[in-house]
Design a binder for this molecule. Structure first.
Ligand SMILES: [Zn+2]
Length: 477
């Protein structure tokens, strides 16, 4: 696109060593960088076309895509997982370059449903209308907020220094000097100044490399040099789970059963059979924002550059941020409204839906009149005032909650060590055994109860390992 907005970054490059020493950017670029932390995992994988490289998550995401609607509680659940909403979505419209596309919402086009005092919309595709029960198939783009004011950081000309591994500070002599010393740069004349330009594609590429390596900017500048992947280190995870769970005591479950087939020759999990509760737990991870995972898991040697980015936000003084709210949205990102799963074993806060806007006349007249409210006291449908309310996608029709959670209650699933999920069937089970050339004598069947600690462990393993079940469970023989 010729008129695509672009963001720029000054980078200082050591051409001999083929690396970026540091870079400098203004608030527009920093806002986009910080916004990465507010993205739910499912959204990241979607944006990166299933190539996020995050442990097993690309497999999990792809499996959900392959599952037919009939495996989910309601049709909308599949879309909630494949395109999870972000609680920070309204901020994205204000980014100088909105990488994530225009927001849309859905409503029921039936005259009878839209010309009422209470009308509903949903941010999730295939949500059923509260009034008639049909899919809400009217699509409207949120009206763009054209005022490009501050998003997360203040727009006052402050410059920020970004290191290759995404440590972000205010530009200062001491930070610059420290970095030169740290990298052993003696002769400033050897540094070249490069102007890096970023359009949407380039920013998504930056997101991708920054999840995998600690040399994100170098990888952008020297894409042909070998990409050094961070070797993730596993934490002493048992220590960190204390005091982290303030779940919803009324509904939360304390443990889940998992049925495993293990290969005795190498002690690896071949596959596991999951019931609904476990499947819901697993799938719900796709709705977690990246920053919430860094907060939850709280260690700094994985996710490429992202943990540095997260720590930088923590350390950056509040005076650089637009508001307390903006900062806390980055360091404690919440789930989008209605994306919370009541039986969640890992504590994850959900944000509140928008306060319904009220309108003179009905929504139907509002749209028919080209987005202006009725001038008469009562519109032609007899509505004096209407409210436009965000609807819980799970709330199908007439206040009856469908099945709690994402998948149907009568479903079991088969999951491989790499988190590839299929519906439970002998066909798939035999395929897995044959695919790995396994002899029945080498297999062992076992049942295991996972408590919250193991669920943390599993989430962590899913993010960094391609054999998540084995890794999560091996710590507990
Ligand atoms: Zn309807």
């Amino acid at each position: 696109m010729a008129d695509e907005k672009r963001l720029s970054l000054n980078a200082w490059v050591d051409k001999d060593k083929k690396r970026v020493v540091f870079a400098e950017a203004d608030s527009d670029f920093i806002d986009v960088l910080f916004s990465f932390l507010t993205l739910p995992l499912g959204t990241i994988i979607k944006l990166l076309s299933n190539k996020s490289g995050l442990g097993c998550f690309d497999n999990l995401y792809d499996s959900i895509k392959q599952l037919s609607d009939q495996h989910f509680s309601i049709e909308a659940c599949k879309n909630m997982l494949l395109s999870p909403c972000s609680a920070a979505a309204e901020y994205y419209d204000k980014l100088k370059l909105n990488v994530y596309g225009t927001r849309e919402f859905y409503y029921c086009k039936m005259d009878d449903c839209i010309s009422r005092t209470r009308c509903y919309y949903s941010s999730v595709w295939q949500t059923r209308c509260y009034h008639c029960g049909n899919f809400m198939d009217g699509v409207v783009r949120w009206r763009n907020d054209e005022t490009k004011d501050a998003v997360f950081v203040k727009k006052n000309g402050t410059k920020f220094m970004i290191t290759d591994d995404f440590r972000v500070t205010q530009s200062s002599v001491s930070e610059c000097y420290d970095r030169l010393k740290e990298l052993g740069v003696k002769d400033i004349n050897l540094l070249e100044e490069w102007l890096l330009e970023f359009g949407r594609e380039e920013l998504l590429n930056l997101l991708k490399v920054s999840l995998r390596t600690k040399e994100a900017l170098t990888n952008i500048c020297f894409p042909d040099s070998c990409l050094q992947y961070t070797s993730p280190q596993r934490n002493k995870w048992m220590d960190m789970i204390m005091n982290k769970s303030k779940g919803n005591a009324e509904f939360e479950i304390q443990e889940m059963l998992i049925r495993l087939i293990v290969n005795r020759t190498n002690n690896k999990v071949v596959c596991a059979e999951l019931g609904k509760e476990f499947a819901d737990q697993l799938l719900s991870f796709l709705t977690f924002p990246l920053g919430s995972l860094l907060k939850l898991i709280g260690y700094s040697d994985s996710f490429g550059c992202m943990s540095n980015l997260y720590d930088s936000i923590h350390e950056l003084e509040i005076k650089y941020f637009k508001s307390e709210k903006a900062k806390s949205m980055l360091i404690s990102p919440k789930l989008a409204p209605f994306f919370g799963y009541r039986k969640q074993m890992l504590y994850m806060e959900e944000s509140s839906p928008l306060v319904p806007s009220s309108l003179a006349g009905c929504q139907k007249c509002y749209w028919d009149n080209n987005n202006s409210p009725c001038s008469t006291v009562c519109c032609k449908h007899g509505v004096q005032q209407s409210h436009f309310i965000e609807m819980d996608p799970m709330l199908a029709k007439a206040d009856t909650y469908m099945d709690e959670g994402f998948v149907r209650s009568d479903q079991n699933f088969l999951v491989k060590d790499d988190l590839h999920v299929t519906p439970m069937s002998i066909l798939y089970f035999i395929q897995i055994l044959k695919g790995q050339g396994l002899h029945v004598n080498h297999l062992e069947y076992g049942e295991m109860v996972l408590e919250r600690a193991q669920v943390y462990n599993l989430l962590e393993a899913m993010l960094i390992s391609k054999t998540a079940l084995s890794d999560a469970i091996s710590s507990r023989k």
